[in-house]
Design a protein around this ligand. Structure first.
Ligand code: TEU
Length: 541
């Protein structure tokens, strides 16, 4: 059914196609595998899937380096497999969002191959080319997130080209209107094929300063080593010239106008910035003419969540963008799974993760769940020999890369390769994941998997949790409390983030405890009692 507002409060399940389900036996997941698992995905109760890149690619960054935007890499299948996936997903009522990586291409993309041939070919200005300094060094101090200079020397043009990520991921020149038009054509291609929306990779990196000015150094007290490793000086600069440019807004408006030609389309833009992230999310989602929502990095950081931290992030965001909309996540294919990142810091991982799932699914915003999160998966410990991620290989052992969160889904506890493949999996399947396999949890009412299913059903029953406004309630240092309001419904939510039982004052008004979520907080005559790492939900008024 048509619902232009479906994305507001939607739960989006992120699939990393390489690691979801292999059907061809090559040890790498594929589109047919996702199709095969649609009944499972539907059983979770999610609204949409976001499929990480499956386009033609040399896979230097595992698909985030695209060589053909309008085709499927043979390792994942072909266009007809994609069409089938969309048609089948829609039968299950699941919307399909694809991951467009348009800030950069692969160096194998025909646009770049042509662009690098000379300084005067038709595509010569499609990438960010610049002269060396007189001493031969790069044009300015911009850095690559994946280490070293953000510029690579091209011997044939005798110029540098810019790359925010790998040298094999040259940055497109958005100042060239032809580039913008070509990228909008790519989006149109997929819209016409029936996708319901996009996850847009690194949207704050689209433009860079046209004068190529140097980034200032970041004041030491502001340095934040949360996403990239401390050994990487990237986080010691203020990224005001190589990304976060005001021109991004105008392109996002063009992108939105295109989406609005089609019914019920939504985009979530990924904003990768440790420093200005929330303000950018606010800017890019305000006004109803740019992104529907943005993916914020605030809850992907290593430090354990505290009630105060959650409250600050949401309050700052709501103040910066009262009608803006964020999309929150605790895990994805780039960071250490929160089952380990935070789970290792607490006294009871299982209870903590259950409480967090309730918290994530109650925040004002949309939610991305990363495949395997619903099973309680932890980060895999891999040996250096097993590493595939160039980012990890570069910074080992200070930073172990992103393979530990990308190991295959575990479907069947006792099958070869846990039911992921009949071949040799591209990354090992950690033995400690097996007991968390889908078939081991499926029929256990109290399992993590069924806990997620219950919470998703609970959220569906209470639209205030998905779409409502949020008002924080003062509790104590250990408990995060807020009220979500939508229409006539008001729901009080309380989360105990500590390992001690907590007693808090009930908010003003008549409280009726809600059931169906599986938590054990209780309303007593004069207080609300919440066990360690647990939660309480009640209807208010
Ligand atoms: O990530 C953007 C991004 O900012 C990453 O550098 C992130 O900070 C890093 O991976 C954290 O470990 C997106 C994709 O999600 C990522 O997989 C790609 O490698 C990157 O863009 C380049 O396309």
């Amino acid at each position: 059914a048509s619902d232009p507002d479906w994305w507001r409060g939607a739960v989006i399940y992120q699939i990393y196609p390489r690691s979801y389900q292999d059907t061809s036996g090559d040890g790498i997941g594929d589109l047919a595998g996702i199709c095969q698992r649609l009944p499972y995905i539907a059983s979770l109760g999610v609204d949409a899937i976001w499929v990480s890149p499956f386009f033609t690619s040399p896979m230097k960054d595992f698909g985030y380096d695209v060589a053909d935007y309008t085709n499927v890499d043979p390792m994942f299948g072909a266009l007809h497999d994609f069409d089938l996936l969309v048609a089948e997903a829609h039968k299950f009522g699941i919307r399909v969002m694809i991951d467009l990586v348009i800030s950069h291409t692969s160096d194998q993309h025909p646009w770049f191959i042509e662009s690098r041939t000379s300084r005067d070919n038709p595509k010569s200005d499609w990438f960010v080319w610049a002269e060396a300094k007189p001493d031969g060094t790069p044009p300015n101090n911009w850095l690559s997130i994946f280490g070293g200079s953000g510029w690579a020397w091209d011997p044939s043009r005798q110029q540098y080209y810019q790359h925010n990520f790998l040298t094999s991921q040259p940055d497109l020149n958005f100042h060239n209107p032809q580039v913008q038009d070509a990228l909008l054509d790519v989006a149109r291609f997929w819209l016409e094929r029936g996708v319901n929306g996009f996850r847009l990779d690194t949207i704050n990196f689209y433009f860079c300063d046209d004068q190529l000015r140097n980034n200032p150094a970041l004041a030491p007290e502001l340095r934040n080593a949360s996403i990239a490793p401390t050994v990487n000086p990237y986080n010691h600069q203020e990224h005001i010239y190589d990304k976060n440019r005001p021109e991004n807004l105008e392109f996002l408006r063009r992108f939105r106008a295109l989406m609005d030609e089609f019914p019920d389309i939504a985009a979530v833009g990924e904003v990768g910035d440790a420093q200005y992230g929330l303000q950018i999310v606010a800017d890019y989602t305000s006004g109803g003419d740019k992104m529907h929502m943005c993916y914020a990095f605030d809850f992907l950081a290593p430090d354990l969540l505290s009630p105060a931290r959650v409250r600050t992030v949401l309050s700052d965001f709501m103040a910066a963008a009262p009608e803006g909309w964020a999309c929150w996540a605790f895990s994805n294919h780039d960071v250490i799974r929160h089952g380990t990142r935070w789970g290792n810091l607490v006294s009871d991982r299982d209870r903590y993760l259950r409480m967090l799932a309730g918290l994530l699914l109650s925040l004002r915003g949309s939610v991305c769940l990363y495949q395997g999160e619903e099973l309680g998966l932890t980060e895999a410990e891999l040996a250096f020999e097993d590493l595939q991620d160039p980012y990890g290989i570069q910074f080992w052992p200070d930073f172990k890369g992103r393979d530990g969160c990308r190991t295959p889904m575990v479907w069947a506890e006792n099958s070869d390769h846990a039911g992921f493949t009949e071949g040799q999996p591209w990354l090992p399947i950690p033995s400690e994941h097996r007991h968390m396999a889908v078939d081991a949890q499926e029929h256990v009412n109290a399992s993590m998997l069924n806990h997620y299913r219950r919470l998703l059903a609970f959220r569906k029953q209470h639209p205030a949790l998905a779409k409502g406004e949020l008002e924080f309630i003062d509790c104590n240092d250990a408990v995060l409390g807020f009220i979500r309001r939508h229409g006539n419904e008001a729901v009080f939510c309380g989360f105990n983030l500590s390992d001690q039982e907590q007693f808090i004052d009930p908010p003003e008004g008549a409280l009726t405890p809600l059931a169906g979520h599986g938590f054990s907080g209780m309303l007593k005559s004069d207080c609300i009692e919440i066990p360690p790492y647990d939660a309480f939900f009640a209807r208010l008024g």
